[in-house]
Unconditional design. Structure first.
Length: 130
C-alpha cells in the first residue's frame, strides 16, 4: 500500500477519535491533553485513566455483590429485617449505578486513548522508515 494512503487513513482515524473524545463533557480536566498529539502526556494520561478504571470497576463489582446479598437477605427474610428497608436499598442502587456509569465512561476513554497512542506510534514508525 501507498504510505500516503496509510497516513491519510491514520489521520482520519485520529480525527474520529478526537471527535469522539470532544463529546466527553465530563472530562474537561483532560481536554487539553486528550486532543493533543504528543505521545508522552497521552501515555501518562492513559496510565492514570487505566488506574481509575480499575478502581471504579472493582468498586462496581463490590457494590453489585453487596446489593445482591442485601436483596437476597431481604427476600429470604420476607422483609422482616428492620436493618434493610427500601430507602437504603434504593440509595445503594443509585450509588451502584453511578459507579457503573463512571466505570463505563473511563473504559471508553481508556480504549480511545490506547487506540490514539497506537496510531500515533504507527504514524511515527512510518515517518521513520521514509
Amino acid at each position: 500500500m501507498n504510505t500516503e494512503k496509510i497516513k491519510l487513513d491514520i489521520e482520519i482515524r485520529i480525527s474520529e477519535i478526537n471527535e469522539s473524545m470532544d463529546k466527553y463533557h465530563w472530562r474537561n480536566q483532560y481536554k487539553d491533553t486528550l486532543l493533543g498529539a504528543e505521545l508522552e502526556p497521552l501515555e501518562k494520561l492513559s496510565k492514570r485513566v487505566s488506574l481509575q478504571f480499575r478502581i471504579y470497576n472493582i468498586a462496581a463489582i463490590v457494590f453489585s455483590v453487596f446489593l445482591i446479598i442485601v436483596s437476597l437477605v431481604t427476600f429470604l427474610n420476607d422483609q422482616k429485617n428492620d436493618f434493610v428497608n427500601m430507602d437504603k436499598i434504593g440509595l445503594l442502587v443509585i450509588c451502584t449505578l453511578g459507579i457503573v456509569f463512571n466505570s463505563f465512561g473511563h473504559y471508553k476513554l481508556k480504549v480511545n486513548l490506547e487506540n490514539k497512542i497506537f496510531l500515533i506510534k504507527l504514524w511515527e514508525k512510518i515517518d521513520g522508515e521514509l
